[in-house]
Design a protein around this ligand. Structure first.
Ligand code: AMP
Length: 396
C-alpha cells in the first residue's frame, strides 16, 4: 500500500522528503554524495512517471533562520549531476516563492526547495508549517531514513495531510524491510554481532535483540566489561566499572531467553593505545597490568566466523577492535569476511549503525553483503525496538 512500485504518479505534484544533509568543503562543494545517490531511484521513478518531483531536505544545523552557508543551492548542481537531469531551485521551502516555483513545473521536472531548517518550526514539528509544506503537493513520499527517528514537520507531522497519498521511497522501504528481516524474520538461526567501545550505549539494543535472535556475539571494547564482571583480568582495557552488574544481568537474561551469548576468548593486547604499540596475543581473561585488549584474537575470530557461517540471518553493529589502526583491524576484517561468505551462501546480512558501516566501506566490501544501512541514529533506534516516527507516520 505504501510502496511506490504499485502506483504511478503522472501529473501529480509529489513532495519527497530526502536526506541531502551532505558534507561540504570550504568552497561549498559536496565531498561525499552518498546520500544523494541513495535517493536517485525514487526520484527517477517519479520523474519518469511524469510527476512534478519536489525535493525537500535539511542541510547542517542552521539556528532557525536563513544562513547562506547552509543553503541547499550549494548542492543543486551536484543533485543534477547525480540524477543526470536538470534540477530547479526555489529560494524558500514554503510561501509564494515555493508555490510559484511549483506552478511553473512541467511533468517529469525536478525542483529542490531551500533548507527546511531555516524555519525552527521544522524541528519543532509545527503543524501549521507542515500544512504549508503540504500545500505544495498532491502526494507525500518519505525517503529520508536518516531522519526517520525525528518527529519533525517534514518527516512525520506532514503525513496527516496526505491520509491516502503517502508512501515510502525506495530507500526507506529497503531500510525498513532489512530491519524487519532481522527482528521479525523467520530465517533462523539469527545472529547479532555487537561491538564498539561501550556497553552503556548498547544496553537497549542488547535487551531488544534478546527477544529476536538466537545468538549474540559480543566484541570490541565492550567485551572487557563482561570479562571483568566474571572476575577476568583485563589489565588496562576499556572497562565501564559501573556496568559490571549490568553485564552479569544481560548474561542471565540471555540464559533465561535461550539466547547463546558468545564472548571472545582471546585478544590482541598492546602496551599503549597507539598504532605502533608493542602487541601480542593473550587469553582474554589474563591480560597483564599495563596492557590493554585492542582486538579479538585468532581463536575468537575463527569461532565467531563459524557461528556466522551457520546463520541464515546476520546483523552486524560495531567493530571487534580498534579497526582504524592496522595492527588491531584483523578481528573486524574477519567478521566482515564472514558476512561476505554468509551472503554468498544465501544468508541475509545487514550491516548497520555507525562504525561497522565505516569499517565495511573501508574494507571495500559494502557491495558484498545483503544490505548496508544509511541511517546511523535511525538504525540504532530501530534495533532498540523503537517505532520510528517517520515510519509510523506512513504506516499508521
Ligand atoms: P561505538 O562508537 O561505541 O560503536 O565504538 C566504535 C569505536 O570503538 C571504534 O572507534 C573502535 O576503535 C573502538 N573500539 C573497538 N574496540 C575497542 C577496544 N578494544 N578498545 C578501545 N576502543 C575500541
Amino acid at each position: 500500500m505504501y510502496q511506490l512500485d504499485q502506483h504511478t504518479f503522472a501529473n501529480k505534484a509529489v513532495l519527497v522528503r530526502v536526506d541531502f544533509n551532505v558534507p561540504l568543503n570550504e568552497k561549498f562543494e559536496v565531498t561525499d554524495n552518498t546520500r544523494i545517490r541513495a535517493a536517485v531511484k525514487t526520484i527517477l521513478k517519479l520523474s519518469s512517471d511524469g510527476a512534478k518531483v519536489i525535493l525537500m531536505s535539511h542541510l547542517g544545523r542552521p539556528k532557525g533562520g536563513p544562513e547562506e552557508k547552509f543553503s541547499l543551492k550549494h548542492i543543486q548542481q551536484e543533485v543534477s549531476k547525480v540524477l543526470g537531469k536538470p534540477v530547479a531551485f526555489a529560494g524558500n521551502c514554503v510561501g509564494e516563492e515555493a508555490k510559484h516555483a511549483v506552478e511553473k513545473m512541467k511533468a517529469g521536472e525536478i525542483l529542490l526547495l531551500e533548507n527546511l531548517r531555516f524555519y525552527k518550526e521544522e524541528e519543532g514539528g509545527d503543524e501549521f508549517f507542515a500544512g504549508q509544506l503540504a500545500e505544495l503537493g498532491d502526494v507525500y513520499v518519505n525517503d529520508a531514513f536518516g531522519t526517520a527517528h525525528r518527529a519533525h514537520a517534514s518527516t512525520a507531522v506532514i503525513a496527516k495531510f496526505f491520509p491516502t497519498d503517502k508512501y515510502f521511497g525506495y530507500l526507506m522501504e529497503d531500510e525498513v524491510k532489512s530491519i524487519d528481516r532481522v527482528l521479525n524474520g523467520n530465517a533462523s538461526p539469527v545472529t547479532a554481532i555487537i561491538g564498539g567501545s561501550k556497553v552503556s550505549s548498547k544496553i537497549a539494543i542488547l535487551e531488544n535483540l534478546m527477544n529476536a535472535v538466537d545468538n549474540i556475539i559480543i566484541g570490541g571494547g565492550m567485551a572487557f566489561t563482561f570479562i571483568k564482571a566474571q572476575q577476568g583480568k583485563v589489565g588496562s582495557s576499556l572497562v565501564e566499572d559501573d556496568k559490571l552488574a549490568l553485564a552479569l544481568e544481560l548474561m542471565e537474561m540471555a540464559r533465561n531467553k535461550n539466547v547463546n551469548l558468545y564472548l571472545p576468548t582471546d585478544a590482541i593486547i598492546a602496551d599503549a593505545f597507539s598504532a605502533d604499540a608493542n602487541h601480542k596475543e593473550c587469553s582474554i581473561a589474563n591480560i597483564p597490568s599495563g596492557w590493554m585488549g585492542l582486538d579479538i584474537g585468532v581463536k575468537s575470530r575463527e569461532h565467531f566466523s563459524t557461528i556466522i557461517a551457520q546463520s541464515k540471518t546476520v546483523l552486524w553493529n560495531g567493530p571487534m577492535g580498534v579497526f582504524e589502526m592496522e595492527a588491531f583491524a584483523a578481528g573486524t576484517i574477519a567478521v566482515a569476511n564472514a558476512l561476505v561468505e554468509a551472503t554468498k551462501n544465501g544468508s541475509f546480512t545487514l550491516v548497520g549503525g555507525g562504525d561497522s558501516v565505516a569499517a565495511i566501506n573501508q574494507f571495500g566490501l559494502a557491495n558484498d553483503v545483503s544490505y548496508v544501512s544509511t541511517g546511523g541514529g535511525a538504525m540504532l533506534e530501530s534495533l532498540e525496538g523503537i517505532e520510528l516516527p517517520g515510519v509510523k507516520a506512513i504506516t499508521k
